[in-house]
Design a protein around this ligand. Structure first.
Ligand SMILES: [Zn+2]
Length: 234
């Protein structure tokens, strides 16, 4: 077993794992998320304001349309009234005209209320739209900072991939497959180091007899940790 090449490979793989871990935890990721959420929130406020303005406009149109209909009807009744002779009939017409006038008053109130909502909605819409460019610029800047940080990690990973290929070239297929197998088994750490009398993988102390066993393995060769089973190098 080529202890030096296995140790080198382990270091490279641990560095690659660290990069993979770091990627989603980059501060730029959090800043980007905040900016994206802020823009989404603002766009939803814009859409809300637009809906309120449109609804108020429809209410204004409906009130005006209904009022115009009533005006037409009232003109017709007023003409009728001029030709009516029977007092009872005239009274009925006048009553109808009064009802129309009352209804017109209600419609005017409705329209006024809708106009107020329309004005408020438009003011809100204008204010939110004015915030949009700044909010969009913040997201663009955050996306660019994130891309820069990701590119730096990509470059680190690419350099490690090159080093990994040359480390692998120094290992036999058997050594490599043992390494890969143990690495999967121990969540990424296949090769541990003997530090004093303990294993850097499981942090367990080896008994003097176990220590003698590990030390009896020739320098440059690979022992096995009697506690955890990882490949153990000195
Ligand atoms: Zn161990």
């Amino acid at each position: 077993m080529n202890a030096a090449a296995l140790s080198a490979l382990q270091e490279i793989d641990s560095a690659l794992d660290a990069i993979a871990n770091k990627r989603p935890r980059l501060p730029e990721v959090a800043v980007h998320k905040v900016a994206a959420d802020a823009l989404a929130g603002l766009r939803s406020q814009v859409a809300d304001a637009e809906r309120r303005v449109t609804a108020a406009q429809s209410a204004i149109d409906a009130a005006e349309h209904a009022a115009a209909d009533l005006t037409t009807k009232r003109s017709r009744l007023e003409s009728q009234l001029k030709t009516v002779i029977a007092p009872r009939e005239a009274e009925a017409l006048m009553h109808e005209i009064a009802t129309i006038n009352a209804r017109r008053g209600e419609l005017d109130d409705d329209e006024l209320a809708a106009l107020e909502v329309f004005g408020e909605g438009q003011a809100e819409l204008a204010a939110r739209l004015a915030e949009l460019p700044n909010c969009e610029a913040e997201l663009t800047a955050a996306a660019s900072a994130l891309a820069t940080a990701a590119t730096a990690l990509d470059a680190e990973a690419a350099a490690l991939a090159v080093a990994r290929r040359s480390a692998i070239e120094q290992l036999s297929p058997d050594e490599l497959s043992r390494y890969e197998h143990v690495r999967t088994q121990f969540h990424g750490i296949a090769v541990a180091r003997l530090q004093g009398s303990h294993c850097s993988g499981c942090h367990m102390d080896l008994s003097p007899a176990e220590l003698d066993g590990v030390k009896s393995v020739a320098a440059g060769e690979v022992a096995e940790c009697p506690q955890c089973g990882r490949m153990l190098v000195r």
